[in-house]
Ligand binder design. Structure first.
Ligand code: NAD
Ligand code: AHE
Ligand code: ZN
Length: 375
């Protein structure tokens, strides 16, 4: 069949809207009509050329929602008409990682996913006879896409696609980092670096967990009102801080008889390795945990004095907020439907596929929280 998609032909170049050829689903695969997709900073990261796994040409996009149109042989858990969210972190429930119960990082198809192909080693997309790569196993910047059955979460069919697509990455990552990875307790003190599409969901998760002090840090002053809208209690713009930012944050979080400052939990939602160091060092001595969410470019490394860890600070990372997609994503959709979490205000812009490059411009200009493409 034919499908309309935004194709990344080259790193650093705008996406091009073209009509491609799409092969139907093979055994264990599912054809999905994408109805809406968010544009995440990770799409920008890969398009920029900074992603060591970046492949071109490719159809980017990993934050979608849509409807099953056809299933391949052997597919038992989905049928045409089901509403689904694609999962860049699948859940096979059979691999050693899934069975370990210690991680959400299913390994069933990770190797081929990173090579931009389906589990059988081939791509379903082609343009003028040339192969076009899949991306993060999802390729939601295409009106139709093919995914493995284990990479689809079946969700409430009353939920609006233009909102729940955000659960395919940003919402689940931010809220999950708090509830699954950090396991934040009531009364905690937290610092969130980067108040974008992920950071605001970290704040939303911190509020749900009952954190008392929630400090947001961003170089863009427009993000102050955004953070406050979701429960941030204090805002810091590092460019306006006199002296050392770590000392400033530690000072703000001084409490208890010994007046030792530092946050119980910090979250990097910037992808900047210098910020990651500050986030670790702004943690409380003895127990503070810093969670890395941001994705850093090829060749970038994190640094700190080992003494920071010797004295009890913990560095952790999280992918997809530690969520097991087929189990957790339908629940998060239900949280949205029952009003337990908010999504609507964070979707600041919607546009047709033809305008997708505007979504990247808005992100670069710091003007959007999430742009959503409607098919
Ligand atoms: P975004 O562009 O919406 O937000 C980034 C925010 O960081 C912006 O508000 C920006 O002003 C702020 N910022 C930039 N530099 C800063 C600095 N030095 N100090 C403080 N704030 C700064 O991006 P997003 O969609 O929220 O994504 C954030 C990061 O999370 C990206 O690196 C993305 O690739 C990554 N990510 C990771 C996962 C995961 O599973 N680990 C999932 C989604 C996104
Ligand atoms: N390809 C990059 C890494 C990118 C990365 O870390 N991706 C996150 C999701 S970001 C979603 O917006 C992730 O899930 N990582 C786990 C995994 O298995 O990819 C690189 O540096 O090579
Ligand atoms: Zn993402």
């Amino acid at each position: 069949m034919k499908t309309r998609a935004a194709v990344a032909f080259q790193a650093g170049k705008p996406l091009e809207i073209v009509e491609l050829d799409l092969e139907g689903p093979k055994a264990g695969e599912v054809l999905v009509e994408i109805k809406a997709t968010g544009v995440c900073h990770t799409d920008e990261f890969t398009l920029s050329g900074a992603d060591p796994e970046g492949l071109f040409p490719a159809i980017l996009g990993h934050e979608g929602a849509g409807i099953v149109r056809e299933v391949g042989a052997g597919v038992t858990t989905l049928k045409p008409g089901d509403h689904v969210i694609p999962l860049y972190t699948p859940e096979c429930r059979q691999c050693p990682s899934c069975l370990s119960r210690k991680t959400n990082l299913c390994t069933a198809i990770r190797a081929t996913q990173g090579q931009g192909v389906m589990p059988d080693g081939t791509s379903r997309f082609s343009y003028k006879g040339q192969k076009v790569h899949h991306y993060m196993g999802c390729s939601t910047f295409s009106n139709f896409t093919v995914l493995p059955e284990i990479a689809l979460a079946k969700v409430n069919d009353q939920a609006p696609f233009d909102k729940i697509c955000y659960i395919g990455c940003g919402v689940t990552t931010g809220v999950g980092a708090v509830l699954n990875t950090a396991n934040v307790e009531t009364g905690a003190t937290a610092i969130v670096f980067g108040l974008g599409g992920i950071g605001l969901n970290v704040i939303q998760g911190l509020k749900m967990a009952g954190a008392d002090m929630i400090i947001g840090v961003d170089i863009n002053n427009d993000k102050k009102a955004w953070g406050e809208r979701f429960g941030m209690t204090h805002f810091v713009n590092p460019t306006e801080v006199q002296g050392d930012l770590v000392a400033h944050l530690v000072n703000m979080t001084k409490r208890g008889a010994d007046q030792i400052g530092g946050a119980d939990y910090t979250f990097d939602c910037t992808g900047n390795v210098k910020v990651m160091r500050i986030a670790l060092e702004a943690c409380h001595r003895g127990w503070g945990q810093s969670i890395i969410i941001g994705v850093a470019g090829a060749g970038q490394e994190i640094n700190t004095r080992p003494f920071q860890l010797v004295t009890g600070r913990v560095w952790k990372g999280t992918a997809f907020g530690g969520a097991r997609g087929r189990t957790d994503v339908p629940k998060i959709v239900d949280w949205y439907m029952s009003g337990k979490i908010e999504i609507d205000p964070m979707i600041t812009h919607t546009m047709p596929l033809e305008d997708i490059n505007k979504a990247f411009d808005l992100m670069h200009e710091g003007k959007s929280i999430r742009s959503v493409i409607l098919f």
